[in-house]
Design a binder for this molecule. Structure first.
Ligand SMILES: *Cc1c(COP(=O)(O)O)cnc(C)c1O
Length: 396
């Protein structure tokens, strides 16, 4: 008999698996059985990576760029990212050494959190939140403090809420505009008001701007780091290639931070992943160097996303009991289903089993009573899926 193993670590025991990936896995399994599933679970664009980016990566492999690279990423790529922030985000004066390229925006967030959060520090996370933030904070020994902002306030926290949540232990505020899961976008005035309070409270800000180029209705994206020298010094700006250029599988993310934070992130990265994939970075570099060409592809993608967004929005709001705000960023809608006498998890499970429609329940985003639907899927799926949802809700 093998004696029982010692118990797992407190980290392992306290972390929960990503619920968004779980729904997607279940929907994919049903699909693999040949079932006609309408999937709204996807957390990635349904377009392919632009060819010229792929070609640059393939060429890099042919040229033997297959060895370890610098831990913080290739210098030409970091330089082009610094230039992008000056050009597109009004964040001037970024030195390339303040840019860290990582294996994915998710890991960029992890690094930023690890760099500034000590055990016992409180981290303020507005809800609905991206599922990974609280878990990342817990892995750093930090304590997530959740601030809920429902649809009545456009899924955006107010400066008053932030002030009321702060304590002596508060260390970091996490912002995510445009938001996953809500698609909400803070306008300049709203963002400035939040950042002003955060600075006054002496907080660091992790600004996850991974969806910065996926905007609709003519809204603009604003970067907290652009507001002042102080805001720049205190903000860790996360970006990346996954969502903008349909490069989720490439595993490339970026962060821009003060010299000391960037240096800490580089050390953490060098001791954990050694850095991002070398040849993948050559693909990303092609996107940065041929920016106009890359943006033309993004613009085309956005026309499809926008059309699908409105189609799904109209479909959802035509269902009695469903109320869905008009999201203006990313590729998600976040619908209120609290009118039904049913938890969101149960709603999602039943609608998948009975109508083969995959949606993500709100509980994992800190928002029971809501479901997330991704419109990174075809027009046909949106039409069929919305009709099935309507049937499902009519029977409740
Ligand atoms: C997708 C996503 C990321 C990063 O994704 P990677 O695939 O790791 O680059 C970061 N933040 C949010 C909110 C996301 O939805």
């Amino acid at each position: 008999m093998v004696p029982p193993s010692p118990e797992l670590s407190s980290w392992a025991t306290n972390i929960s698996p990503s619920p968004t990936l779980a729904v997607d896995a279940k929907a994919k399994a049903l699909k693999a059985e040949g079932k006609d599933v309408c999937g709204f679970g996807a957390g990635e664009p349904d377009f392919d990576t632009p060819d010229f980016i792929k070609e640059a990566c393939i060429q890099a492999i042919r040229d033997g760029k297959t060895k370890y690279g610098p831990a913080a990423g290739l210098m030409p790529l970091r330089e082009s990212i610094a230039a992008k922030y000056a050009r597109d985000n009004e964040v001037a004066g970024v030195h390339a050494t303040q840019v860290v390229v990582s294996p994915g925006g998710k890991y960029s967030c992890t690094l930023g959190i690890q760099a500034v959060v000590s055990p016992g520090d409180e981290v303020i996370i507005p809800a609905p939140f991206w599922v990974s933030y609280p878990e990342m904070v817990k892995l750093a020994g930090g304590v997530p403090v959740i601030l809920f902002a429902g649809k009545e306030q456009g899924f955006k926290i107010t400066p008053e809420q932030l002030r009321a949540a702060a304590t002596e232990k508060s260390k970091l505020l996490i912002l995510n505009s445009p938001s996953n899961p809500t698609g909400a976008v803070y306008n300049r005035e709203e963002m400035e008001a939040i950042v002003e309070v955060a600075l006054e409270l002496g907080l660091y800000i992790l600004s996850d701007e991974i969806y910065e180029y996926l905007l609709y209705d003519g809204v603009e994206h604003v970067s907290p780091a652009s507001f002042s020298d102080e805001a720049f010094a205190r903000t860790i700006t996360v970006g990346g290639f996954s969502k903008t250029f349909s490069m989720t599988g490439w595993r490339l993310g970026t962060l821009v931070a003060s010299p000391s934070v960037a240096k800490a992130c580089t050390s953490l990265q060098s001791q954990t992943t050694s850095g991002p994939n070398t040849f993948a970075q050559y693909g990303a570099l092609a996107a940065m160097e041929r920016w106009d060409q890359a943006m033309a592809v993004v613009k085309e993608m956005l026309t499809h996303f926008d059309r699908r967004r409105l189609k799904l929005l109209n479909g959802l709001n035509a269902i009695e009991g469903v109320d869905c705000p008009r999201a203006q960023g990313a590729f998600y809608l976040f619908a209120d289903i609290s009118a039904f006498d049913m938890a969101a998890t149960e709603f999602a499970t039943c609608v998948l089993e009975e109508k083969l429609v995959a949606v993500v329940p709100g509980e994992g985003f800190g928002a029971p009573g809501y479901i997330r639907l991704s419109y990174a899927t075809s027009d046909e799926v949106i039409e069929k899926g919305a009709a099935r949802l309507k049937e499902f809700c009519a029977d409740l």
